[in-house]
Ligand binder design. Sequence first.
Ligand code: SF4
Length: 344
Amino acid sequence: MHLCAEHFFRVRVPPPPALEALLQFYEENWLSEGYESAEEEENYKAYGREMLTTFWEIHSRHFQMPLAVEKLFYIDIGGVKLRGYIDRVDKLESGGLSIVDYKTSRELFTIDDLEKDLQLTLYQLAAEQLWQLPVEKLTLYHMRSNTPVSCSGRGPAQLNDAKQLVLDVADKVNRQIFPARENEFCPCDFPEYCPYYRHLYSGETAETAVAGAGPTAIGGDAVERYASLQAQIKALQKELETLRQEIIAYCQAEEVSRLYGPESEITYQPVDIAGFKEEEVRAFLETEGLWERVTGLDQSKLKQLLDDEAVAKDIRDRIQSLRQIISTQQRLLVKKRQNEDKET
Ligand code: SF4
């Protein structure tokens, strides 16, 4: 799509190419790789044709010759040399410049994306250096929906921040400090240098990795063993919980507090937890105008209130009287049986 937009605007004199010529250029430059089936490829191709037709209709209506298309630039920022291409530069009637960057991303960008877009900021720096004219308009052009989103040129503060960022990044690159950040396009072309992919590409994932040969000599077998142990622990925890519930249910039904195995014994111990029911405390404290003091029945704030001698004693006693068993914890205490127990 980039190439087609470039082809449309890269004319020596108006008019731009006719729609048929543009669509033919599109067909000739279509790349068939990367599609899962012929049907998928055809769907994408038809979608592209539609986009391009709308693009042509919009831009041929009031066609204006751009100042530059796919403009190669080199800029020097404090000794750091940057090279890139600007999709399109137009000259505005005011005499200033307008920069357009085509995007084929799925989602339409927000005004925030536009205002923070570093690429556009660098393009502005490059264009102003190249033509010695002010950039007055920056546009991200969403190809899929043929939507331009524009803002005015960056101010001096944002341009300076971008320069500083370039210097900082260059400094880190020089000092070999560039932490890997995974993203949707990983792995890139340098997986052997990446901490996330180096192991995969080093061959150490094979079971042949020599244990003890160094801190990185952990093979794929160790990874599999770890994953397998973790899965076993999860399965055992599930089994343990099921058995625990069965034992508790049995103890409750049979009214027994201890169960014996050949080696171990388990004591069943229900433990009552005392506290306050929010609805009761709230109903009471609201009538006394004190509910705000414990916001959402914050237990520590409630305790502060109970300790606060400035609050009338009968109120504090009334709150205390609302204290009740609010839940019961079921505990199972496991221990080894004593020798003599086993003998009886
Ligand atoms: S694979 Fe490449 S892009 Fe992805 S995190 Fe590693 S180095 Fe960065």
